[in-house]
Design a binder for this molecule. Structure first.
Ligand code: FEO
Length: 410
């Protein structure tokens, strides 16, 4: 059996990647590891795999330590190809294995690897699984950092397997943090900032879940296994994910022009979402507002929302005159977002979007959000058909909070 035992009958079976690794449009100068684990119980279980490019090597190594026909479960906490990438190669040999993942995980795996004919065990938050001598408990942790993610906890070993969460990008052969040649705290915090910080509210939810667990070891899927002072690393996430008091100084400007009141409602709901994060917002109905006050508020804001109803294929009232003034200002370092209610086409929102593109603001649209956070659940510009009280308020609040997180993290 391999030497990398992290608990009784539990082994690291991952891959150290000491290249300069391309990753999320960065280069990981210190490389990384893809940590995979074998729990060699009565129902042998693998937790996550390795990067897709090392799939064959992973399977070959594993074959030398266990008969792959005996693999009972493969837990996939996260579907990105640096962790699920070796799954097809593994399943090709591990014909009796059941994939354990979330419903969203199954959807993504089937889309990516065409695994529709394989057995799945779909877990929900808090589910447990007896693997014959050990018990796994699962928690859904969406958007840490993609939609399908979950974490796995072994009750008997008190080990948390959180995949990307609590990781560091360091190619290391020492495996455990107490054997590291230097303090890894800075690398750990850089990783948090790069991968987790855009999903701050989901980090808070995750921490609330794991605070109920008795954790001796954190075994993430990149970098060191945290067996020395695991609590310190949970506390770091706890601290880093709290709203910085500086966010109280962040300001938003919400300008709108509304025909029947629906766009006004959007403006108010956006303000509510920002308030949830402690961000102050100034709301101006441009019809009743002095242009100099608007310009001053724009200069003092970190983010500017501009909205209009659509009438005759255009924005309404004097909003366009206001936009012509705004684009003359130096609004660099500010974010701009278009919104509005519409009946059937919503041209006004697109026209506002064009003005923001012409300005010195940074336009926040769906493309910007995807590239900066990886989140794909918010569509911008925010176009709302009329205003449905049941659903639109939450949509606007969530949108404002997603944008608010951008300026908190700037
Ligand atoms: Fe390490 Fe999200 O992959």
């Amino acid at each position: 059996m391999i030497n990398n035992e992290i608990a009784e009958k539990t082994y690291w079976i991952g891959k150290v990647d000491d290249r300069k690794v391309p990753f999320h449009r960065l280069v990981l100068e210190k490389g990384t590891t893809y940590n995979s684990y074998l729990l060699d119980t009565e129902k042998p279980t693998i937790i996550d795999t390795v990067d897709i490019m090392y799939g064959m090597e992973f399977v070959k190594n594993l074959q030398s330590i266990i008969d792959l026909n005996k693999i009972h479960y493969v837990v996939i906490n996260h579907v990105e190809p640096d962790h699920a990438g070796a799954l097809p190669a593994l399943l090709n040999k591990a014909q009796n294995a059941t994939i354990v993942t979330t419903e969203k995980g199954r959807e993504f795996l089937n889309g990516m690897f065409k695994l529709q004919n394989r057995n799945y065990l779909i877990i929900k938050d808090g589910d447990s699984l007896d693997i014959g001598g050990k018990t796994l408990k699962f928690f859904e942790t969406p958007y840490l950092h993609t939609e399908e993610t979950m974490i796995t906890y072994c009750i008997e070993d008190k080990i948390l397997y959180p995949c990307d969460i609590f990781s560091t990008h360091i190619a290391n052969y020492e495996l455990f943090n107490d054997l590291a040649k230097e303090d890894i705290t800075e690398d750990f915090m850089i990783y948090y900032k790069l991968i987790m910080s855009p999903h701050r509210s989901y980090v808070r939810d995750m921490i609330n879940k794991i605070r109920t667990l008795d954790i001796d070891i954190i075994a993430p899927s990149h970098g060191f296994i945290l067996r020395d002072n695991a609590e310190k690393y949970i506390d770091l996430y706890d601290d880093l994910s709290r709203i910085n008091p500086d966010s109280q100084n962040k300001k938003a400007l919400i300008l709108f022009s509304s025909m029947t009141g629906n766009t006004s409602k959007i403006a108010n709901s956006l303000s509510q979402g920002l308030t949830n994060l402690g961000i102050k917002s100034n709301i101006f109905n441009v019809k009743n507002s002095d242009i100099n006050s608007i310009k001053q508020a724009a200069l003092e804001s970190d983010v500017i929302f501009v909205g209009s109803s659509t009438k005759y294929g255009d924005m309404i009232g004097n909003l366009e005159e206001v936009l012509k003034e705004l684009i003359k200002l130096d609004l660099s370092n500010k974010l701009g977002i278009a919104f509005g209610s519409f009946g059937w086409s919503g041209e006004a929102v697109e026209l506002i979007n064009d003005y923001i593109k012409q300005s010195s603001m940074t336009l926040v649209d769906t493309s910007y959000l995807v590239k900066s956070t990886g989140a794909n659940d918010i569509q911008l510009p925010l176009k709302v058909s009329y205003y449905d009280e049941e659903t639109t308020t939450d949509l606007c609040i969530n949108t404002a909070m997603a944008v608010g997180e951008l300026i908190i993290n700037r």
